[in-house]
Design a protein around this ligand. Structure first.
Ligand code: GLN
Length: 385
């Protein structure tokens, strides 16, 4: 087999696999988390103007100054602290590259990384690419909170980093200030780095607050905060992400980033700078629209017999499918795609302890209302056993 030992166990990502099956079975795709509508026209216009009016050559490896400044200004708006765009911001190829660059730039072979499960699939693969060792802390259904004792037990003398994702994919949890403070305490006690994936930062519902762990006492200089444009502006295909970190941690991220991608698409960086200066109303409307979509899907799923906790953030709902009589998520998802015509994601792929994901199914609601209605109509075929 040609695939390296590091990566051979991961296979093809479940997102690509389920999207492929969705096409094959002409299923409504509530699996892979990408909007089936496009980002705003003003943003696409900004990109085409940039393509035409600016040089189409390499951007600086840290990012186009106009974008780094826009990222720093937006960070300051939310946190009150203004990062230095030249030394504390790195533009990456989506957050996925940011995660890889942070891990590869920071970790030595054998270093341990604390990860909450369920986790986004690339975390586990990036830890493997960095020859590091994961230590898992479960977020348990139905509330998807963690046990503080399990958190303490996951840290050791060898812990170098903890990986946090809030708002969380796939559970929809938004970690509270108290939960983040517990993580911060362990991080400080063990002198390690927090890597915070905050790509769903704008998608928090019901008046909840998104808290960045970097803003908690003692964390500013030991946190790499990662985010991206894709979710907030419905342009997942642009693959524009960024890392905000102290100059020292930024050097670690850039040590890897310069050799992974070197620099990111220049015209799209110009457009991204414009996006981040969108008026408040853009972000308020985005949240309102996703709140409606969440409620549309969750109300229907609950009526059909799924058990679920309404997501607090992000654009996924993790529901309990066991009332329908299927033992495992993979069997249920196969039935849905082949006989009901709806593609979803089997969450056991996000767990090291696969069984924790077996009773669950993930639906994405970043879809047009027509798509959600179509899926709901098809799902009405399901019968509670
Ligand atoms: N973040 C998206 C999801 O969770 C998928 C991204 C991908 O396909 N790599 O569905």
């Amino acid at each position: 087999m040609a695939v390296s030992n590091r990566l051979s166990s991961f296979g093809t990502t479940i997102f690509a696999e389920m999207s492929r099956l969705a096409i094959e079975h002409e299923a409504v795709n509530l699996g892979q988390g990408f909007p089936d509508f496009d980002g705003p026209d003003w943003l696409k216009d900004a990109a085409s103007r940039a393509l035409r009016d600016h040089p189409n050559q390499y951007a600086p490896t840290g990012g186009l100054p106009a974008l780094a400044t826009a990222i720093a200004d937006r960070w300051a708006l939310r946190t009150g602290i203004l990062p230095d765009p030249a030394t504390e911001i790195t533009v990456t190829c989506g957050c996925t590259e940011g995660i890889a660059a942070a891990m590869i730039g920071l970790l030595n072979p054998g270093d341990e990384v604390v990860v909450f499960e369920p986790y986004y699939d690339s975390y586990r693969a990036c830890i493997a690419m960095a020859d590091a060792v994961p230590r898992f802390v479960p977020l348990r259904a139905p509330g998807f909170t963690f046990d503080p004792d399990a958190l303490h037990a996951a840290f050791s003398r060898r812990t170098r980093a903890v990986l946090i994702n809030t708002p969380h994919n796939p559970t929809g949890r938004v970690l509270t200030r108290e939960e983040l403070s517990l993580i911060a305490e362990s991080c400080i006690e063990h002198d390690c780095i927090a890597i915070a994936d905050e790509v769903y930062e704008e998608l928090v519902f019901d008046g909840r607050e998104h808290v960045s762990i970097a803003t908690l006492p003692g964390m500013a200089d030991r946190t790499i905060t990662l985010s991206s444009l894709g979710k907030t502006f419905s342009v997942t295909g642009w693959k524009i992400g960024w890392a905000v970190a102290s100059p020292e941690l930024t050097r670690a991220v850039r040590a890897a980033h310069q050799f992974l991608t070197f620099a990111i698409a220049t015209p799209l960086q110009h457009a991204a700078a414009a996006a981040l200066r969108a008026p408040d109303s853009y972000f308020t409307e985005l949240r309102a629209s996703y709140t409606r979509k969440r409620d549309l899907l969750c109300d229907a799923l609950a009526r059909l017999g799924f058990r679920l906790a309404r997501p607090e953030g992000a654009y996924f709902v993790l529901a309990d499918h066991t009332p329908f009589g299927f033992g495992r998520d993979t069997d249920f998802c196969k039935h849905l795609i082949e006989h009901v015509g709806v593609a979803t994601i089997p969450p056991s792929f996000f767990y090291e302890q696969r069984d924790l994901g077996a009773p669950l199914v993930r639906f994405a609601f970043c879809k047009r209302d027509e798509t959600l209605h179509d899926a709901i109509e098809r799902l009405a075929k399901l019968r509670v056993k």
